[in-house]
Design a protein around this ligand. Structure first.
Ligand SMILES: Cc1cc2nc3c(=O)[nH]c(=O)nc-3n(C[C@H](O)[C@H](O)[C@H](O)COP(=O)(O)OP(=O)(O)OC[C@H]3O[C@@H](n4cnc5c(N)ncnc54)[C@H](O)[C@@H]3O)c2cc1C
Length: 391
C-alpha cells in the first residue's frame, strides 16, 4: 500500500485515489497546503494497485514517434482567443478539434470559490473555463475515473495538465486507448493552494468584496509584461504587473512550489504526452518576426497523435518549425527543475506563526528583506576578504 515517507515522492496526481477498489485512500492536506494519500489500513486488502499506478514509483515513459520532438512556434489565428490565452492560444484550437469529433476535454479551471480543479468540458462555449494558466496546483479529484468512463464508451478524450498529471493518467489507465489524446504544459512547478487561498482573502479584504474573475496572464501591457487581473462583485478591479503582484513574486521566486517540483521526474524532452504546450520565451533572439508580443506558443509535437491534433486545427493555427535547442535555451523548465530557495522553509515557518501580511512584507518586497540582508552580508564579507588579501 502507498505510504509517503518523503513528501517529495508524491506529486499529488491522485492516481492512487482513483484506482483504489476499496475506496480506502483519502487525501490529507499538510501544513503547506498540499495533499498526500493516506490509506485507511483496516479497509485495505493490500492489492498493490495504488503503488502500481503511482507515477513517482513507476516513472511513465511514453513511446515517442520521433527521435526528438518536432519543435514549433505557433499561435491561434483567432485574435480574441489568442488575447484571452496565456501564450499563443493553441490549447483552445486543439480542444475545439477534439470537441468537433464529439469528444470531451479535461483541464484546469476554477470552482465557484476559485479553487483550481480539473474539469470536464463537452461544449465549445465552456472551453473558456479551462483557458488561461492558473499558477496553483490543480486538484484532479476523480477526473481519471471520468476519463476512463468516456474512453470505455468510445468517446474521444483530450486530457491536459502538468506532465506528472498526464503520467498519472496513463499509469492509472494501464492500457493504450486509441481515442485518448494528451497535452501537457511546460511546467515550472505548481504552487500551494493554501498560499493561493490566503492571497485571495488578502485581496478580497482590500476590496471588501468577493472575487468575480481571476486572470493570471492578462496581456494589457503585452505578452511578456503580463499582469494579474481580478474583478470583484462590487465592480472593483485589481490589476498588477507580475513584478508587483505579491502572489506572482513568490511563485516566480519558487518559494511555495510542491516539494516534488524541485526534483521533478518529468523534466525531459521525452515527454509524457502527445503534445507539449508552453510559452516560446526568447523567440525574438532567433526569429524576431515571430514575436509581436501578443503571445507565441511553443509546441513540442511528440507523437503522431500530437501531429494529427495540429493538422486537425487546420487554418485556425499558424505554425513554424523552429530549433529545439533554441527553444530549450529560453525555457529551461522543459528539462530542469528549479532549485529549492534557501528561504522556503523559513517562509512556511513564518506563515504558520504570523499573519499573511507580515510574511508578504518580509519576503515579497523586491528585494526581500532577508535577501537584502544576505546580499549585504556577502558584500561585507567580500570587502573584508579583499582587504585581508591586499595586506
Ligand atoms: C503552474 C504552471 C507553470 C507553468 N510553467 C511554464 C514554464 O515554466 N514555461 C512555459 O513555457 N510555460 C509554462 N506554463 C504553461 C503556459 O503558461 C501555458 O499554459 C501554455 O503555454 C498553454 O498556453 P495556451 O495559450 O496554449 O493555452 P491557455 O488557454 O493559456 O492554457 C490552458 C491550458 O493550461 C492548462 N492549465 C492551466 N492551469 C493549469 C494548472 N494549474 N495545472 C495544470 N494545467 C493547467 C489547462 O488545462 C489548459 O490545458 C505553465 C503553466 C502552469 C499552469
Amino acid at each position: 500500500m502507498i505510504n509517503i515517507v518523503d513528501e517529495k515522492d508524491c506529486n499529488g496526481c491522485k492516481a492512487c485515489l482513483n484506482i483504489c477498489p476499496k475506496v480506502c485512500i483519502e487525501m490529507l492536506i499538510d501544513e503547506e497546503g498540499f495533499w498526500y494519500p493516506k490509506v485507511e489500513t483496516y479497509k485495505c486488502t493490500e492489492c498493490g494497485l495504488c503503488e502500481m499506478v503511482c507515477p513517482e514509483i513507476n516513472i511513465y515513459s511514453k513511446k515517442q514517434s520521433y527521435e526528438e520532438p518536432i519543435c514549433l512556434a505557433a499561435w491561434n489565428n483567432d485574435e480574441n482567443t489568442r488575447e484571452d490565452s496565456s501564450s499563443g492560444g493553441v490549447f483552445t484550437s486543439i480542444a475545439e478539434y477534439i470537441l468537433s469529433k464529439s469528444g470531451v476535454v479535461f483541464g484546469a479551471g476554477y470552482d465557484e470559490t476559485f479553487k483550481v480543479i480539473h474539469k470536464e468540458v463537452s461544449r465549445v462555449e465552456d472551453l473558456k473555463e479551462l483557458r488561461g494558466s492558473k499558477y496553483v496546483q490543480s486538484d484532479t479529484g476523480k477526473t481519471y475515473n471520468r476519463v476512463k468512463y468516456n474512453l470505455d464508451n468510445g468517446t474521444k478524450v483530450l486530457f491536459t495538465g502538468t506532465p506528472c498529471q498526464v503520467a498519472g493518467l496513463y499509469n492509472y489507465l494501464q492500457k493504450d486507448y486509441e481515442e485518448l489524446y494528451t497535452a501537457d504544459i511546460v511546467c515550472n512547478g505548481v504552487a500551494s493552494p493554501l498560499i493561493f487561498e490566503k492571497y485571495k482573502l488578502n485581496v478580497e479584504g482590500q476590496f471588501e468584496s468577493k472575487i468575480k474573475s481571476i486572470t493570471f496572464r492578462n496581456k494589457e501591457y503585452g505578452w511578456k509584461k503580463y499582469s494579474v487581473v481580478m474583478n470583484f462583485d462590487s465592480g472593483g478591479r485589481y490589476s498588477e504587473k507580475i513584478g508587483n503582484d505579491i502572489y506572482m513574486q513568490g511563485f516566480l521566486r519558487n518559494y511555495y512550489l510542491r516539494p516534488s517540483c524541485y526534483e521533478c521526474s518529468y523534466k525531459n524532452t521525452q515527454r509524457a504526452s502527445d503534445i507539449t504546450l508552453g510559452d516560446y520565451w526568447g523567440i525574438a533572439s532567433k526569429y524576431p518576426t515571430l514575436d509581436d508580443d501578443t503571445g507565441t506558443s511553443l509546441l513540442l509535437v511528440n507523437t503522431d497523435k500530437g501531429n494529427a491534433m495540429i493538422r486537425g486545427c487546420g487554418n485556425n493555427v499558424f505554425t513554424k518549425r523552429c530549433d529545439l535547442g533554441h527553444a530549450i535555451s529560453g525555457n529551461p523548465s522543459i528539462i530542469s527543475s528549479v532549485k529549492i530557495p534557501i528561504l522556503r522553509e523559513k517562509y512556511f515557518n513564518d506563515l504558520n506563526k504570523h499573519e499573511f501580511e507580515y510574511v508578504i512584507k518580509k519576503y515579497m518586497s523586491p528585494p526581500s528583506y532577508i535577501q537584502s540582508k544576505i546580499i549585504l552580508c556577502k558584500r561585507v564579507f567580500t570587502f573584508i576578504k579583499e582587504k585581508i588579501i591586499k595586506k
